[in-house]
Design a protein around this ligand. Structure first.
Ligand code: ADP
Ligand code: MG
Length: 158
């Protein structure tokens, strides 16, 4: 089941990220996908800011995983673009998924088999220079409830 929200600006993407950050708790996992430039890192930055993470959140493309303290929750930011599935499997990602904080994974579909049983998938699609379609697929009842409560539009038959 997919839900969708259309946004027209980077600020709207940030507001959506802040809504999710407000709901996030220990063990929250957000699995992000979308083409290069779709806005995964922008989303992560807004999400971190809304958690109160101080300082700059950069793309972890080269570091793979970055941990940020100082916000309402620890924030674990991953970018698995450069990893093969076996490489990712060696990283002990479960330590993060089941850790104290909240995890956001860019290019999560590349490591889908390693994701925890419950997570919220977010697919960012380019629809114009400043507009995006944010599609959500909850796995697990908690995330399904979030999507309903946030008033996202359910998509038919997907
Ligand atoms: P990704 O991590 O998916 O490769 P980035 O977040 O690094 O993408 O880049 C997204 C780019 O798109 C940024 O330059 C950002 O300013 C721009 N952008 C324009 N409109 C939006 C929007 N509505 N949401 C997110 N990013 C946007
Ligand atoms: Mg990125």
């Amino acid at each position: 089941m997919w839900y969708v929200r259309e946004v027209n600006s980077e600020a709207d993407t940030a507001a959506f990220a802040a809504e999710l950050a407000g709901r996030a708790g220990t063990g929250t996992v957000l699995a992000l996908d979308g083409d290069l430039g779709a806005g995964k890192t922008r989303f992560a930055q807004a999400f971190a800011a809304a958690l109160g993470v101080p300082g700059v959140v950069n793309s972890p493309t080269f570091t793979i995983i970055k941990e940020y303290e100082g916000g309402r929750l620890p924030f674990y930011h991953m970018d698995v673009y450069r990893l093969s599935l076996p490489e990712a499997d060696e990283l002990g990602l479960d330590e993060y998924f089941h850790g104290e904080g909240v995890t956001l994974v860019e290019w999560a579909s590349l490591i889908e088999p390693l994701l925890p049983a419950e997570r919220l998938h977010l697919l960012l699609e380019y629809t114009g220079p400043t507009s995006r379609r944010l599609r959500c697929r909850p796995v697990g009842e908690q995330y399904a409830a979030w999507c309903r409560e946030m008033g996202l539009a359910p998509e038919e038959d997907t």
